[in-house]
Design a protein around this ligand. Structure first.
Ligand SMILES: Nc1nc(=O)c2c([nH]1)NC[C@@H]1CN(c3ccc(C(=O)N[C@@H](CCC(=O)O)C(=O)O)cc3)C=[N+]21
Length: 292
């Protein structure tokens, strides 16, 4: 029997843990952790994501601070806002919603975020910490992917993990996290020779390429854990549908466990953002260890 990994339910439990850590911090230290989200422009998808983050943050008992700037805001003005949030002692986490408008360098803006408030884990400092195995803030989607895999098998040590996709946001950090779990990690990508054969070796197969249903059923090893990070909006029989990077129906027949899209990795992203904000607050404010 194939296990369908319930990302929604697992995300709910991660959010609950974050909420109880927030309640604990409030009662013991009189502090309310705060997340600041910066949105530039009116991209409809980004507006929905930011709205969802706002609701989830408040539900967890944290303060949510939204900064919505017009599309034509200059790069210098976005940087100035980030610096102001860095200096604001009440702000524990800063997230700049991506993508930014084309005239703004997301690389420059992201790297202005103080690493200890970088709850997206996207600054150079946090990427370096991840590679070096030092404590830092880890990108949310890869973190969520590993949490989902570990609900199937707590100990991933020695397993063959194949990550398809080498993006800075997902593929590269995910490979590092799986390595930290003692997996044998293969990073595959668009130039990989015989991608199908490489995928068939995977005990844990992670798809993060952004190509709808690239991973076919016969690329999946029997009993493998399949983590589908893809979120692709496609038109099918005249309707818009959300599909992953895995041909779900075919893969589900072979896999031991598989994440659906929607309802898999997606909900974990926001849950891990809350988790990172709690961690950032506890570390910055010197509140000692918190369980999240
Ligand atoms: N600075 C920054 N950090 C991000 O983490 C970030 C970002 N920018 N820009 C956009 C992407 C995308 N992203 C998602 C979050 C939640 C779902 C999610 O909850 N998806 C649901 C529903 C999806 C739907 O129905 O549209 C699901 O897969 O079940 C998806 C995608 C965070 N991102």
């Amino acid at each position: 029997m194939t296990t369908i990994i319930d990302g929604k339910a697992i995300a709910a439990s991660v959010r609950e843990k974050a909420a109880s850590a927030v309640a604990d911090i409030k009662s013991r230290h009189g502090v309310q952790p705060a997340l600041a989200v910066v949105l530039v422009g009116e991209d409809p998808a980004s507006q929905v994501y930011v709205r969802n983050k706002h609701v989830a943050t408040e539900k967890s008992g944290m303060r949510s601070i939204e900064h919505k700037l017009p599309e034509n805001t200059s790069e210098d003005d976005v940087v100035a806002l980030v610096r102001k949030l860095n200096d604001d002692d009440e702000v524990d986490g800063i997230l700049v919603q991506l993508p930014l408008p084309k005239h703004i360098s997301s690389d420059r803006v992201i790297n202005e975020i103080h690493p200890d408030k970088d709850v997206d884990g996207l600054t150079e400092v946090n990427a370096g910490r991840l590679i070096l195995g030092k404590e830092g803030l880890v990108p949310c989607t890869p973190q969520g992917s590993v949490i989902l895999a570990k609900t199937v098998t707590e100990n991933l040590s020695g397993l063959n993990a194949v990550v398809v996709g080498r993006s800075i946001l997902v593929g590269k950090p995910l490979a590092m996290l799986l390595l930290a779990e003692n997996c044998t990690v293969t990073m595959a990508h668009s130039r990989t020779k015989d991608l199908a054969a490489v995928c068939r070796e995977a005990d844990i197969l992670c798809a993060a390429v952004g190509i709808p249903r690239l991973i076919k059923g016969d690329w999946v090893k029997k009993g493998a854990i399949v983590i589908d990070v893809g979120i692709n909006r496609i038109e099918e029989s005249g309707k818009m549908r959300l599909v992953g990077d895995v041909d779900y129906d075919a893969a589900a027949e072979v896999a031991g466990a598989i994440t659906p899209v929607p309802g898999g990795v997606g909900p974990m992203t926001i849950a891990c953002l809350l988790r990172n904000t709690v961690l950032a607050a506890a570390r910055r404010r010197g509140l000692g260890k918190v369980e999240v």
